[in-house]
Design a protein around this ligand. Structure first.
Ligand SMILES: Cc1ncc(COP(=O)(O)O)c(C=O)c1O
Length: 420
């Protein structure tokens, strides 16, 4: 059953309550391996489900356009103070509705439409909002894109520097959405300084690893840091922008009134709770366990003949290239889902297949680490993945059902926040 209990909701709207219960049960019974997902704590769930959702608060603490901010102001101030302390930054804005609007605010603060901006290409592991053509950031700016090396799947800093010197971008985005390796922020900063660009670190995926000391911090290297709050950081769906004092005003103005109206105060409270959790010693253990699990899983997958982009992982994420297994990423992800293992199909660098039917599957360990799984279970997880991919190739539905039952049995021993 969902916790907190859905008593009033069940009475008022049985249909919807049933759907939420179903999703909670699905999350409980599934090995959730989508690299950008997690389980928030019950405390975060409670904070986001409160009367704070009733309140309008356009503006910032102490400078609002609506009355009645006696409790909202200290809530937002708490979230800001905790963000500053956890990440060691001068300035934090906790109002962006999500990662994509946060990145749009970065552009609004630092560039004008038509300016040259630079980011990693989407099929190489970058995010849509780093200038990919179908995104507003690719349509409204002159986007130039860097890649990874074909041989080893790593960022080629000679190429990054060459493009930057030639194109003189105003902004350089570092970070991405399918990068299994440590981001070298000092190297990016060197290049940005050389061409007088502002370096932005989009740490959406790795924010929790940075907070927990399991990935180097971009602070002191990137002038602006953008992050979601709901991935490894294990907070509610939302985002934050952080910076030194130099960019603080422009970023705040871009978020409100530039792009948004009233902040989502219930989300702000959830972010404050999550940041409070991230400041605790247990979170350091959690962040390091995510990486240890990903490494152990990578080794176990390689032993089973899987081809990993870049040959392994340094963080929470593994990108499988399934070409040698004779199956596309999409049918593999679908079969894995039927086997109780939730992933997403993903392009791999230099993919020869189409984006809707690419060669890869992306895996992540943040959620299963929250459930309490350790390196000890990773060979078993790799074995299930391997059996499920083989079953998909052979169209063996009963084998997928058997794996799903085994997954359910294992997970029954690992509590899920939000479920009892
Ligand atoms: C690196 C990166 N930046 C930005 C975003 C956008 O976040 P949202 O989906 O909350 O808009 C994502 C989402 O996956 C991401 O991976």
């Amino acid at each position: 059953m969902h916790v907190p209990a859905l008593n009033a909701l069940t009475q008022a709207d049985q249909e919807l309550a049933g759907l939420i219960q179903g999703e909670a049960e699905r999350q409980h019974d599934t090995l959730r391996m989508i690299a950008s997902e997690n389980y928030v704590s019950q405390a975060v769930l409670e904070a986001t489900g409160t009367v704070l959702t009733n309140k309008y608060s356009e503006g910032y603490p102490g400078k609002r356009y609506y009355e009645g901010q006696k409790f909202i102001d200290p809530i937002e101030e708490l979230a800001i103070a905790r963000a500053k302390s956890v990440f060691g930054v001068d300035h934090a804005n906790v109002q962006p509705y999500s990662g994509s609007p946060a990145n749009l605010a970065v552009y609004m603060a630092l560039a004008k439409p038509g300016d040259t901006i630079m980011g990693m290409a989407l099929p190489m592991g970058g995010h849509l909002t780093h200038g990919w053509s179908v995104s507003a950031t690719g349509a409204w700016f002159r986007a130039v894109q860097y890649t990874v090396r074909r041989e080893d799947g790593r960022i080629d800093f000679d190429e990054v520097r060459d493009i930057a010197l030639r194109e003189r971008p105003k902004i350089i985005f570092s970070g991405g959405t399918a990068i299994p390796r440590t981001i070298d922020f000092p190297r990016f900063a060197e290049i940005a300084r050389e061409v007088d660009a502002v370096l932005v670190a989009d740490i959406a995926h790795i924010a929790g690893l940075i907070a927990g000391g399991a990935h180097p911090s971009p602070v002191g290297h990137a002038e602006v840091i953008s992050t979601t709050t709901h991935k490894t950081l294990r907070g509610p769906r939302g985002a934050m922008l952080m910076s030194d004092e130099k960019h603080a005003k422009a970023l705040d103005k871009a978020v409100f009134p530039g792009l948004q109206g009233g902040p989502h105060n219930h989300t702000t409270a959830g972010i404050a709770v999550a940041l409070g959790e991230a400041a605790k010693p247990e979170f350091r253990t959690y962040a390091h366990q995510i990486v240890a699990n990903a490494r152990a899983l990578a080794d176990a997958l390689i032993e089973r003949g899987f081809d990993l982009v870049s040959g392994g992982t340094d963080n929470h994420l593994i990108l499988l290239d399934l070409t040698n297994k004779g199956i596309g990423g999409k049918p593999a992800a679908r079969a894995l889902d039927r086997a109780g293992i939730e992933t997403n199909y993903n392009t791999v660098p230099y993919d020869t297949r189409k984006p809707f039917d690419p060669s890869g599957v992306r895996l992540g360990t943040p959620a299963l680490t929250t459930r309490g799984l350790t390196e000890a279970q990773m060979p078993q997880v790799a074995d299930w993945i391997s059996r499920a991919v083989d079953a998909a190739v052979k169209d063996d539905e009963p084998a997928l059902n058997t794996i799903a039952a085994e997954v359910r049995e294992l997970l029954a021993g690992y509590p899920m926040p939000g479920w009892h």
